[in-house]
Ligand binder design. Structure first.
Ligand SMILES: *Cc1c(COP(=O)(O)O)cnc(C)c1O
Length: 222
C-alpha cells in the first residue's frame, strides 16, 4: 500500500524534531468535512480553520468525533463569542480588546480557551499580528482572565528567501524564550507551513500548520 501524505508528513516531523514533540495542525480551510473525517480516521486529531463560520459548519457534521480545533485566521471582535464556544485554541491573538469577550463566552464547564499571541515578526505591511514589543503586555493581560490560558506564540513570516525566513524563525524563538522567563508555563511556538515546517522545527517550532502538503493544492477561491 502506498504511504498516505499524513504518514509522510508525520515521519518528516519526527525526523526534524530536536527535543520536545512537535504538534501537527492539519489546516483544513476550504476542505470538506468528509476530507477532515478521512484524515481523522488515519489518526489526525488537531485541525486548523481560518474562518469561524466555515469551522462551525464542519464541526456540526463531525460532532461524533473528538477533534481539537484551532482558529488560525484573523479574529474579528464581533466573532469572539462564537470563537470562544467553537474552538479549543485561538492562535491569532493580536490585541487586548479580544480578551474580555473570549473569557466571558468561554463555557465554564469546558477547559480554559488556549491562546497563542500572533506576532508580526517581519512584515511591516501585514495587518495581522502584534508588534514584538507588545508581547509582554498582552501576555500579562491574559493572566487576568480565568477562562483563558496563554500557551505561547504564533507567527506567519512573510514568504521570502530562506535567509530571511530563518531570521524570522530565530527572532520568534528568542521572543518565545524571553516570554517563558515571565510565563514558565508556556509550551507552544507555532510556525512553519507546508513549504518550510522542517526549517521552522530546526529553529524551535513546537507546532506546525500544514495544509497543502496534506490535502493537495487548494482550489482557487472565487
Ligand atoms: C493556510 C494556512 C496555513 C497552511 O498553509 P499551507 O501552505 O497550505 O501548508 C498555515 N497557517 C495559516 C495561518 C494559514 O492561513
Amino acid at each position: 500500500m502506498t504511504e498516505q501524505p499524513l504518514q509522510r508528513i508525520q515521519s518528516r516531523i519526527t525526523a526534524a524534531e530536536r527535543g520536545p514533540k512537535v504538534t501537527l495542525v492539519a489546516v483544513s480551510k476550504t476542505r470538506s468535512a468528509l476530507e477532515v473525517r478521512d484524515l481523522a480516521k488515519q489518526g489526525q486529531q488537531v485541525f486548523g480553520e481560518n474562518y469561524v463560520q466555515e469551522a462551525l459548519a464542519k464541526q456540526t457534521e463531525l460532532a461524533d468525533l473528538r477533534l481539537e480545533w484551532h482558529l488560525i485566521g484573523h479574529l474579528q471582535s464581533n466573532k469572539c463569542k462564537e470563537a470562544a464556544q467553537a474552538f479549543d485554541w485561538v492562535d491569532t491573538i493580536d490585541r487586548a480588546k479580544l480578551l474580555a469577550s473570549l473569557d466571558r463566552y468561554r463555557d465554564p464547564s469546558r477547559p480554559p480557551l488556549n491562546l497563542l499571541i500572533q506576532v508580526n515578526v517581519d512584515d511591516e505591511t501585514s495587518k495581522s499580528g502584534c508588534h514584538p514589543q507588545q508581547v509582554p503586555s498582552l501576555a500579562e493581560q491574559i493572566r487576568h482572565f480565568p477562562r483563558l490560558r496563554l500557551r505561547g506564540l504564533m507567527a506567519i513570516p512573510a514568504p521570502a528567501d530562506e535567509t530571511s525566513r530563518i531570521r524570522a524563525f530565530e527572532r520568534m524563538h528568542e521572543l518565545f524564550e524571553q516570554l517563558r522567563c515571565a510565563h514558565p508555563e508556556i509550551d507552544t511556538l507555532s510556525m512553519g507551513m507546508s513549504d518550510d515546517f522542517e526549517l521552522a522545527i530546526a529553529h524551535g517550532a513546537t507546532q506546525v500548520r500544514v495544509g497543502t502538503a496534506l490535502f493537495g493544492p487548494r482550489p482557487v477561491a472565487d
